[in-house]
Design a binder for this molecule. Structure first.
Ligand SMILES: *Cc1c(COP(=O)(O)O)cnc(C)c1O
Length: 429
């Protein structure tokens, strides 16, 4: 697989290099030089999740990795139940992407990226340094936990994430080192940035940021779209409309790549909360890209006004075509999102605000004869307080969260101070 830098097309790299570097020169995203449709889609859809995912990822990665190696990586990454397609109503389904170890869809991408970095690292030791405001940190921590030769240092604002979130990734130990920083999330990000600008440190320690724009994550995420479609009848497949609750638009990029690989689907809906840069841009004929200040919402993982994966979708449009029939963009406000979560509850399905946005978009956009799939990106218990406030009832903690919630915290506490962080990195690496 060859990829090029969207900001500097003459920079071309292999898949391995793209995974290791993360971002290209001028902070450009890497994009595949070609996306070739797959053959025998019906046969592919008949396979089980892990076997099918191996075929899809082998097809994308090409001869850079033997199929047997990809198979091992996929089995290790996707070592939990395949995502179920829950029937919510006659014409609506939820693809539940929250059955992985941190109960959110970010597990899929993070776990495959971890396998890639472990695979490509050879005998070198590697230290991942990253900052989190909650969920990504948990996904990264679990993805790398127990991997040989890799240490992970995760910074988070002390007191700035929920207790449950903290328990989910600060109780692992082993190669996972969590640092509660006396400061804000921005302070944490600034500290991490300083790490990657510290040339002498980078001489001593082999560093990687496990960035969320890493191409390996996107490729892995194409796999669950095929899984969703595989769970429909052949007649339903051509009528499928997939609604993706979007923030940075990595998830939607993966879905559109799946469509370009030949996966049957009628159209995608890009569903955002009131942070609606993309719906305004797309529905305005792609004339004006006008991000506004970010507005906090209950679907807070989607509170993004400058989505960093959008250039990849734009590139797909330019290279392979993406019409207004194939992609619809809708924004859903807070009150309507709460109504959607309530409406789901009334038909017997407990959900949460991110999926609520996507379900509402289905309600607004679905035509007769179509079947709507909205992505359940996180377990409702991850947003327990908000969901309970909307539904006026208590919801249960799943076993993973209940178990983590009683484990002791293993975090170290540091000041908002680079030297303290550096000492910590040197002590683990
Ligand atoms: C990250 C996240 C999203 C947004 O996904 P993008 O790929 O950034 O568009 C949606 N829902 C939840 C729960 C998330 O954690």
């Amino acid at each position: 697989m060859k990829l090029y830098n969207l900001k500097k097309p003459e920079q071309t790299v292999s898949f391995q290099e793209a995974v290791k570097i993360g971002l290209g020169d001028n902070r450009g995203l890497f994009f595949p030089e070609s996306i070739q449709p797959m053959d025998n889609i019906d046969e592919l859809l008949n396979l089980g999740f892990v076997e099918r995912s191996t075929k899809i990822l082998s097809h994308l990665i090409g001869d850079e990795l033997p199929a047997s190696t990809v198979a091992e990586m996929v089995s290790a990454a996707f070592n939990f139940d395949a995502p179920p397609l829950a029937t919510v109503s006659d014409n609506a389904r939820c693809l539940e992407l929250f059955h992985g170890p941190t109960l959110a869809f970010k597990d899929f991408g993070a776990r495959f990226m971890a396998q890639c970095l472990a695979q490509f690292g050879g005998d070198d030791k590697l230290t991942i340094v990253t900052a989190t405001s909650g969920d990504t940190g948990a996904a990264v921590a679990h993805a790398f936990h127990g991997l040989d030769k890799i240490d992970v240092v995760i910074l988070y604002p002390d007191g700035g994430i929920s207790d449950l979130q903290e328990k989910l990734f600060c109780t692992l130990g082993g190669n996972i080192h969590t640092l509660a920083v006396k400061g804000t999330f921005d302070n944490c990000q600034a500290l991490v940035k300083t790490v990657f600008e510290d040339a002498p440190l980078k001489e001593q320690v082999n560093l990687n940021s496990a960035n969320s724009i890493n191409i390996s994550r996107l490729l892995a995420q194409t796999c669950y779209y095929f899984e969703a479609i595989s769970q429909l009848t052949p007649e339903q497949r051509e009528q499928a409309v997939i609604s993706v609750p979007s923030g940075n638009f990595g998830n939607l990029t993966a879905g559109i790549i799946a469509m370009k690989l030949g996966m049957p689907v009628k159209r995608f809906i890009a569903a955002t909360n009131v942070n609606d840069t993309v719906p305004r841009y797309w529905n305005g004929g792609c004339d004006k890209w006008e991000p506004k200040a970010t507005i906090p919402t209950k679907s807070n993982a989607m509170d993004v006004s400058e989505p960093n994966n959008w250039p990849r979708i734009e590139e797909i449009k330019n290279q392979y075509g993406l019409s207004n029939e194939q992609l619809v963009a809708l924004s859903v406000d807070e009150a309507t999102t709460a109504d959607a979560v309530k409406a789901l509850n009334e038909i017997g399905y407990v959900s949460e605000p991110h999926a609520g946005v996507a379900y509402q978009a289905i309600r607004e956009n679905l035509q007769d004869g179509e079947i709507g799939i909205f992505l359940g990106t996180a377990h409702p218990a991850k947003f327990k307080a908000d969901v309970e406030a909307i539904l006026q009832k208590e919801i249960d903690l799943p076993t993973e969260l209940a178990e983590a919630s009683v484990k002791p915290l293993l975090s170290d506490y540091i000041a908002n101070n680079y030297e303290e962080l550096k000492a910590k990195i040197l002590s683990v690496g």
